[in-house]
Design a protein around this ligand. Structure first.
Ligand SMILES: [Zn+2]
Length: 194
């Protein structure tokens, strides 16, 4: 019985400690869990990689106004205004329009530009590059490899090993924390078996 009490105490302390340290990440993760269902967006999937070729009229219905403005109208959110420019959670970033996996947090780096920045995508096919000559500049646009959503631009001033900087808009990224499939629930199951 004393062992059981010590075990419970350790579990409780661990749980409280995690809650305190990770509360901002947990809030984000909870939000993302809700968004994962996406009842208003039947094209959103974290597992289906089938390419989507849908007109803006469809996206206008299934996306929020803010996501649509960036994803389909190539808007840019204000620097230092997005959810992830200085976010350091460990996990995976997905396309907010279609759920396509885009970046791992391991490839994210602290950039002073005010937008979330990565040095490589999660896989080559995750994204597509397109020349962009708008606003009097010659840049390379980065779009989602599955749905074609505008994500941001890529520049050559990133850190090693690639030297690239994928400069993204937070609003078109969904983040899911590693282990978000229920660490707490596992602990409860473990307890119930004692
Ligand atoms: Zn997409």
């Amino acid at each position: 019985m004393p062992c059981m009490l010590i075990f419970l105490l350790v579990v409780s302390v661990f749980h409280v400690g995690c809650s305190k340290v990770n509360s901002p990440e947990n809030e984000t993760a909870d939000t993302m869990t809700d968004q994962k269902a996406r009842p208003d967006n039947p094209y959103y999937s974290r597992t289906d990689t089938t390419k989507l070729d849908l007109p803006d009229s469809v996206w206008a219905v299934v996306l929020t106004e803010e996501v649509y403005e960036v994803a389909r109208k190539k808007g840019t959110e204000k620097a230092f205004s997005g959810q992830y420019w200085d976010f350091e959670g460990k996990g995976t970033y997905y396309c907010a329009a279609c759920g396509n996996a885009l970046f791992r947090s391991d490839a994210k780096f602290a950039s002073t530009c005010g937008w979330p920045s990565f040095f490589e995508p999660i896989r080559e096919q995750s994204i597509v590059y397109q020349p962009d000559s708008s606003h009097g500049m010659l840049r390379t646009e980065v779009v989602c490899g599955r749905c074609g959503a505008h994500l941001g631009h890529i520049f050559d001033d990133g850190p090693p090993p690639t030297g690239k900087r994928f400069c993204m808009n937070s609003i078109v990224l969904d983040f899911e924390l590693d282990g978000n499939t229920g660490g707490g629930a596992s602990s409860l199951r473990y307890l119930s078996l004692q």
